[in-house]
Design a protein. Structure first.
Length: 233
């Protein structure tokens, strides 16, 4: 068997394990799910499983990493579209990301419940750094395009890219803090109160991003009110 064929079969089997894991995260929850559940569902041995993943945390990391790759495959073509002006690329990117997350809200929340636990802090940082390296070049090119077009103004496109992506991460963290805090009872607020906090966060992060990129006020929209309410229902 050729090396390419072996690698293809390895990747296919690994993805099968991740597919089963995703279903179990939905039906049982990550904390309640065991490796034995995966073995039973796939009718494979422990040895076969450990050929692909050396632990349950490694499985979670792979699941999140694959989700990131799926997201990038959906969003990055927008940044690379030669027919679009820079600001439109950014706005379409943000809108598509928001709609994509909302379309799989239950799964995103299931992952967030364990992803934001203290024991996953190092893994979160590692995967964000990995994502930054994959996405940053396209973002930087869009910012440089915007500078040429006169809709953006920054002398530091690469650094502005990094700050922009950290702002996106920060807003996501803020939403997760409110949503998960409501779920576990540490945040006792009505849906409208939670919406108001999220709305102000979106406005603040949007203003910060416009200033970093040198964009005119109101030219960037990270989320509209309807999209925010999806996460307070």
């Amino acid at each position: 068997m050729s090396r390419v064929k072996v690698e293809e079969e390895y990747a296919a089997r690994r993805n099968e394990i991740l597919d089963v894991t995703r279903k179990l995260v939905y039906t049982k929850g990550y904390e309640q799910m065991s490796i034995q559940d995966i073995l039973d569902a796939m009718k494979i041995s422990k040895g076969a499983f450990y050929h692909y993943f050396d632990s349950k945390p490694a499985l979670l990391e792979a699941l999140i990493d694959r989700l990131g790759e799926e997201a990038e495959a959906t969003f990055l073509p927008l940044l690379n579209d030669p027919a679009l002006p820079a600001l439109e690329k950014l706005c379409r990117y943000f809108d598509t990301a928001v709609q994509w997350k909302a379309s799989q809200k239950d799964y995103m929340l299931a992952l967030a419940r364990i992803w934001y636990s203290d024991e996953n802090a190092i893994t979160r940082d590692k995967l964000f750094t990995k994502m930054l390296k994959r996405v940053a070049p396209a973002f930087t090119q869009v910012i440089q395009q915007g500078v040429r077009e006169g809709t953006l103004s920054t002398a530091f496109p690469e650094q502005a890219t990094e700050i922009t992506l950290y702002l996106i991460l920060g807003l996501g963290n803020k939403f997760s803090e409110i949503i998960l805090g409501h779920e576990d009872g540490t945040i006792d607020l009505s849906a409208e109160e939670r919406f108001n906090i999220m709305q102000k966060a979106v406005a603040a992060y949007t203003e910060a991003m416009e200033r970093v990129l040198g964009a005119s006020a109101g030219s960037i929209q990270l989320m509209d009110d309807d999209s925010i309410r999806v996460w307070t229902d």
